[in-house]
Write a protein that binds this ligand. Structure first.
Ligand code: AMP
Ligand code: ZN
Length: 494
C-alpha cells in the first residue's frame, strides 16, 4: 500500500506520491530562535522526523529543508532589551535547538537561516511589486496586496470576501479572522536591526523567508510543507499567496500540520506553570528516549496530552524494548526456526508498516511492536525460540527503531551534558536528585563492571549467593542492572 497522508489543503487523506521520480522534496518551518524550544515545538519536530524517516524507509530519497528564523519581532525586541546584536542573541538559541534535536535523535535537515537570505528576499519582493502583488508604503515598508490574490484563504478555508482593500497589518502574527495586507518588508526603526537591499534598507517579514528559502532549495513546486497547526493561518496562507503570486504555479503539493500538545490536559503556558523545555524535563531526571517515545506515541493529528504518568510509562516501554533486544542478542538459541515465531515477526513488521502508511498512525505501530515483544518473551521463557527466529524478531525491532529511534542506550551521556550545561547556567538548584543518581551511575566504567560481574560469577560458582547478591546490590546502586539467566550473567546500564 502506498503512504496515505492527510492534506490540509484538500482536507482529505490522500495517497502520497512525489511529484518527481523517487525524490521527496519537503520543507518544514523550523524554530524561531529567541528561546529554548519547548515540548510543544518538539512534538511537531518529532512528527516531521517520523514522517521523514518513514518516507526513507518506504524507499524514497528525501530532501528535507528547514528554516531557522533568526530575525523577527520577538528576536528584535529581546535582543534590544539585552543590548546585544541579533546575531549574538540568536546564536545561543540556535545552538540549543541543534543540541535538543540531537538529544531527541531528530535527524538534521538541511538548515537555512533567514539572515543568510536577505538579498534574495528583497529581490523576491521587487518581483512581486513588478507584478502588482506588492506595494511600497510611505515609510519604505512593503506589503502584499491580498485583494489581488483571490485564492487567499484556500488553505485555512477562510472566506475573506468583502474584506477591506488596502487595510494593513505590520506584525507577523495577527488576529486569526482578519485578513489584512501583510508586511513583506519592514522599514528600519531606530535601534532595530536592518539590512541594505535593492528595495531599500529594512528587514524582512517572517512569512517571506519561508517562501524564498523553500523555493530556492526545493524549486517552485515541491512535495510537502510541514509545521504545527498554528501556522496554517496566517503563516502558511501568506506563504502560498507570495509564492503562487510570483510563479503562477502550485507551491506545495501536501500540507502537513501537527496538532498542538496539551500538558496534563491544559494548554501549555508559562503562567500556568506547565511549560517545559526538553532541558527542564531532563533536569527532572527524565530520559531523552522516554520523551521521544512519548512525543511519538499519539498520531500527529490527534491531541497529545503530555503527562508525567505518560512519561513514566514511556520510560518503562523503552526499557522493555531494550531488555528484549538484549535478551535476543545475548541468549543462546538452538539452530533452525519455528513457523509460529517467523509468523509473529513478519506479521508484526507488516502491522507496523500498515499503521504508518495509514497517515502515520504511530500509536498502532507502537502497539504492534509491544505485542510482539510480549508474545516473544513468553516464547523465550518457554524455550520456543530458535536461532533464526531471534534474527527475524531483531529485524522487526530494527525496522521499528529506524522510525522511533529509542533503542540506543545513550541517555546517560546526553543527560550528563545537560547537567553540565545547567551548572554553567547557574541552575544547580534545578538539578534533581534523580538526574544526579542517573548520571552518577556513569562513573563506574565498563571494565570495573566487568570485574564485578566476574566476582558474581565466581561467588555463584561457589554457591555463595549472599555475596553475589551483595555485589548485585552494589552495582544496582551504581545504576547497573544485573540479570542472572541460565545462560550466564548479563548487565546493562539503567
Ligand atoms: P516557533 O519556534 O514558535 O516558530 O515554533 C516552531 C514549531 O513548533 C512550529 O511548527 C510551531 O507550529 C510548533 N509549535 C509551537 N507550539 C506548539 C505546541 N504547543 N504543540 C505543537 N507544536 C507547536
Ligand atoms: Zn515558515
Amino acid at each position: 500500500m502506498p503512504l496515505r497522508l492527510y492534506n490540509t489543503m484538500s482536507a482529505k487523506v490522500e495517497e502520497f506520491r512525489p511529484l518527481q521520480d523517487n525524490e521527496v522534496r519537503m520543507y518544514s518551518c523550523g524554530p524561531t530562535v529567541y528561546d529554548y524550544g519547548h515540548i510543544g515545538n518538539f512534538r511537531t519536530f518529532v512528527a516531521v522526523d517520523i514522517l521523514r524517516r518513514f518516507l526513507r524507509q518506504s524507499g524514497y530519497e528525501v530532501r528535507h529543508v528547514e528554516n531557522i528564523t533568526d530575525v523577527d519581532d520577538k528576536i528584535i525586541r529581546n535582543s534590544a532589551r539585552e543590548g546585544v546584536s541579533v546575531k549574538q542573541y540568536t546564536a545561543k538559541y540556535e545552538k540549543a535547538f541543534l543540541e535538543d534535536s540531537a538529544t531527541l535523535n531528530i535527524e538534521q535537515p538541511v538548515l537555512v537561516r533567514a539572515t543568510d537570505h536577505i538579498q534574495e528576499m528583497a529581490n523576491f519582493i521587487a518581483e512581486l511589486e513588478k507584478k502588482g502583488f506588492a506595494y511600497r508604503a510611505e515609510d519604505g515598508s512593503y506589503y502584499f496586496r491580498i485583494a489581488k490574490f483571490p485564492a487567499y484563504g484556500k488553505l485555512s478555508k477562510k472566506d475573506f470576501a468583502g474584506m477591506e482593500d488596502g487595510a494593513r497589518v505590520d506584525v507577523d502574527e495577527y488576529e486569526k479572522d482578519n485578513a489584512r495586507d501583510f508586511a513583506l518588508w519592514k522599514a528600519p526603526k531606530p535601534g532595530e536591526a536592518s539590512w541594505d537591499s535593492p528595495i531599500g534598507r529594512g528587514r524582512p517579514g517572517w512569512h517571506i523567508e519561508c517562501s524564498v528559502m523553500s523555493m530556492l532549495e526545493l524549486g517552485e513546486s515541491f512535495d510537502l510543507h510541514a509545521g504545527g497547526e498554528d501556522l496554517i493561518f496566517p503563516h502558511h496562507e501568506n506563504e502560498i499567496a507570495q509564492s503562487e503570486a510570483l510563479t503562477g504555479k502550485p507551491f506545495a503539493h501536501f500540507w502537513f500540520h501537527a496538532r498542538f500538545l496539551l500538558v496534563e490536559g491544559e494548554k501549555m503556558s508559562k503562567s500556568a506553570g506547565n511549560f517545559f523545555t526538553i532541558r527542564d524535563l531532563v533536569l527532572k531526571g527524565h530520559k531523552p528516549s522516554s520523551i521521544r517515545l512519548l512525543l511519538a506515541s499519539v498520531p500527529y493529528r490527534n491531541q497529545l496530552n503530555f503527562t508525567f504518568d505518560g512519561l513514566k510509562q514511556a520510560a518503562s516501554n523503552v526499557d522493555k524494548l531494550r531488555n528484549f533486544q538484549l535478551r535476543l542478542t545475548t541468549s543462546q538459541f538452538s539452530p533452525g526456526s519455528s513457523p509460529e515465531m517467523q509468523q509473529l515477526a513478519n506479521e508484526s513488521a507488516a502491522r507496523m508498516k500498515a499503521a504508518l502508511e495509514d497517515d502515520l498512525n504511530t500509536a498502532q505501530a507502537q502497539a504492534a511492536i509491544f505485542e510482539m515483544v510480549r508474545k516473544a518473551n513468553v516464547a523465550i521463557d518457554a524455550g520456543q525460540i530458535k536461532h533464526d527466529d531471534a534474527r527475524s524478531l531483531l529485524d522487526a525491532l530494527e525496522k521499528f527503531d529506524e522510525i522511533f529511534a529509542v533503542l540506543k542506550d545513550d541517555d546517560t551521556l546526553k543527560m550528563q551534558s545537560i547537567l553540565q550545561w545547567a551548572k554553567e547556567q547557574g541552575r544547580e538548584s534545578d538539578i534533581s536528585a534523580d538526574l544526579k543518581e542517573i548520571v552518577g551511575a556513569q562513573t563506574i566504567s565498563d571494565d570495573e563492571v566487568q570485574k564485578k560481574i566476574g566476582e558474581i560469577e565466581a561467588a555463584r560458582a561457589a554457591r555463595d549467593f549472599k555475596r553475589s547478591d551483595a555485589i548485585r546490590a552494589e552495582l544496582n546502586a551504581a545504576g547497573i542492572m544485573v540479570e542472572i539467566t541460565k545462560d550466564g550473567v548479563r548487565w546493562r546500564r539503567k
